[in-house]
Design a protein around this ligand. Structure first.
Ligand code: PLP
Length: 449
């Protein structure tokens, strides 16, 4: 029998089987495996920390989302939001499932083309697109979503010079009944600016108006604002048909559906409070179907869902570096995953689970990352089992934004692996080395060694 590890005794009031105000305590299990692969083995093979993406979970969640919409509306198209996670392997899973690409920069645009997406399946969003990037998009027949009148004038000028009709949609911001209202992107609906933009485009025969777009925010915790958005866009589509006899091709509702993560300070876990894809789909499609839009020219419904499609498929595996006691007596556990690798820990209380069996004893604890920075706190307060140096942990729901907003700060970024649907691990991004970073640096002559 293996020698048992010593654990420092702690004195605790017994609360077993005693309900707190939410009911009985929920026991939780160690997370020893991901998609059939042992966490311990993954770390031994690929190092710690380690990003893990489950291809199975991506495909399962995508099919749930798709089903929620296609069963309620006849024409649906998803466009993968590159900035949410633009690792090529991840994008390609979404493209294989039928997603177009939704990009917000020239860099993301190039990445989408590299992933085999033709211009006609790229939606080009964002407040800044250079004249060069716009020219490429016009030549490629990509859908360009304009953000300002200045951009519209630039595009009209380019259209003339390239002698090609650009495919334009208008990004619209509106009051969907939520706070804060994102009014910095696109044209405002309520003050008539959106209508002016649409009219200007339709009076210009050298530009084609293809769609109406609104992305009201991110992690929207209710479905009704999407209903408001869909009906306002539908109303605009009806007005366009009336005045210009023009039928738009699509209505794009943007992204912003909440993932199942729990926001810091939230009273209940995100798994209990966030709407489902069915809730969002119901709000959006019923608004479109009940609208006055001409049924013979029903626009395609485009969704640019990011976060809600990828968060659950991402995990970060880490290792306990040390335990110590803070000045006030509180336990502190230091792990090798820092805020540089888990950017979303600034606004989420991520689910953190030990990766090996643990004793029933828990203690209030702060979990710190490895950085020599006071802000490197992964979890301020957590009632956690006592872990030992060398034990592993799994941080769940980390697929969205962490692999794009991560920082090369103080330490190297680790490997990212994808576990395919047959349970085989593949490296999809190598860990950084000194060379990856210094290869971009240049040393002036007088500082040469
Ligand atoms: C970021 C972004 C998305 C994706 O947002 P999520 O909140 O991750 O779903 C979609 N559309 C646009 C225009 C965006 O900027």
């Amino acid at each position: 029998m293996e020698k048992l590890q010593y654990e420092r005794p702690v004195i605790k009031r017994i609360t077993g089987q005693m309900p707190n105000k939410f009911g009985l305590r929920t026991e939780y299990e160690p997370m020893t495996h991901i998609d059939g692969l042992a966490v311990k083995e993954l770390i031994k093979t690929f190092g710690s920390p380690l990003y893990v993406i489950s291809e199975r979970i991506i495909r399962e969640i995508y099919s749930q989302a798709k089903k929620a919409f296609t069963t309620r509306y006849p024409k649906v198209q998803f466009a993968w939001s590159y900035k949410t996670n633009y690792l090529d392997a991840v994008c390609r899973v979404f493209h294989q499932e039928g997603s177009w690409a939704e990009v917000v920069s020239g860099f993301e645009y190039e990445k989408a083309k590299r992933n085999g997406i033709e211009g006609k399946h790229i939606i080009f969003n964002g407040p800044y697109k250079s004249a060069e990037e716009l020219s490429t998009a016009i030549k490629d027949n990509a859908y360009i979503h304009i953000d300002s009148f200045d951009e519209l004038y630039l595009i009209s000028d380019l259209a003339e010079r390239l002698n090609k009709v650009p495919k334009i949609s208008v990004r619209i911001n509106l009051d969907a009944g939520i706070f804060p209202q994102w009014s910095r992107f696109g044209f405002n609906y309520e003050n008539g600016e959106a209508w002016e933009a649409v009219s200007r485009i339709l009076l210009n025969k050298k530009i084609e108006l293809c769609g109406l777009h609104s992305h009201i925010g991110t992690y929207i915790m209710a479905a009704y604002p999407y209903g408001v958005t869909a009906s306002k866009l539908a109303e605009l589509a009806v007005r366009i048909e009336k005045k210009f006899k023009h039928n738009i091709k699509y209505i794009d509702i943007g992204g912003g559906f909440a993932s199942k993560n729990t926001l810091k300070g939230a009273y209940l876990p995100g798994t209990d409070t966030c709407p489902s894809f069915d809730d969002y789909a119901d709000a959006i499609t019923s608004a479109l179907i009940k609208s006055e839009i001409n049924a013979e020219h029903l626009p395609v419904l485009i969704l640019e869902t990011g976060r809600a499609l990828i968060d659950d498929a991402g995990f970060i595996l880490g290792t306990v570096i040390a335990n110590k006691r803070l000045a006030d007596g509180k336990r502190a556990t230091i792990i090798d995953v820092g805020v540089n690798h888990l950017f979303t820990s600034f606004w989420y209380d991520h689910k953190i689970t030990p990766a090996q069996p643990f004793s029933p004893y828990t203690e209030d604890c702060t979990i710190y990352g490895p950085l020599c920075m006071n802000i490197d706190v992964i979890r301020e307060h957590i009632t956690f089992p006592l872990l030992n140096k060398g034990d592993h942990i799994v941080i769940s729901r980390t697929g969205a934004y962490n692999m794009t907003q991560w920082l090369q700060f103080i330490t190297y970024r680790p490997k990212v692996i994808m576990i395919d649907v047959d349970g085989n691990p593949h490296i999809i991004r190598e860990n950084e080395k000194l060379e990856s970073i210094v290869s971009l640096e240049r040393i002036p002559e007088h500082l040469q060694l």
